[in-house]
Design a protein around this ligand. Structure first.
Ligand code: SF4
Length: 174
């Protein structure tokens, strides 16, 4: 098992233990972690210049049967067909001057992208579990992080409230 996979497994085990300890379900615990980390990281995120912020979003946002994104090693490269929210998120990021936007095949890609691009801040669009995992990994590296949770979890054709994503993306820069 790679170091990265081991780290993710450790994070997963930590969350499982915490959920058992608190008598909460895993989704409940993950949503609580996301909410708390959003509050704790808000100020640092707001101060990061747009050019040093990145957006990570999940491949499950894609519109299956319509999506023409190109599959690469650990990501889907969106061609902005407009069939899912990814196109609008790309356009917003471009308009604001964000450092980048990536559609990830899985949570392990977060670690690789943090290593490659060293963002100051990350906005993750994610389900509660991936959001919590990603936020803990960002926090461990000193990366200011915010998450906007999917409106509907699942493996495909998920969706997110774009107004919430845009509001967080715009969140004051210096
Ligand atoms: S907007 Fe991008 S990710 Fe979404 S369906 Fe179209 S090509 Fe795929």
């Amino acid at each position: 098992m790679s170091d990265k996979a081991e780290k993710l497994n450790r994070l997963f085990e930590m969350l499982s233990q915490e959920a058992r300890h608190e008598g909460a379900s895993m989704p409940e615990l993950c949503r609580a972690i996301v909410s708390r980390k959003n509050t704790e990281n808000a100020l640092a995120f707001s101060k990061a210049p747009y050019a040093r912020r990145w957006v990570f979003m999940p491949q499950c946002l894609r519109a299956l049967g319509k999506c023409r994104a190109e599959e690469r090693a650990y990501e889907h490269v969106c061609v902005r067909c407009g069939a899912c929210p990814a196109a609008a998120i790309h356009a917003k990021a471009e308009a604001l001057g964000y450092g980048g936007v990536r559609m990830l095949k899985g949570g392990s890609a977060v670690i690789r992208l943090l290593d490659e691009h060293k963002p100051l801040a990350v906005l993750g669009v994610a389900c509660a579990f991936e959001g919590a995992m990603g936020m803990l990994e960002c926090e461990r590296r000193g990366v200011a992080v915010q998450s906007v949770l999917l409106l509907r979890d699942g493996c495909a054709d998920t969706t997110v409230e774009l107004a919430d994503v845009f509001e967080t993306m715009e969140f004051i820069q210096p």
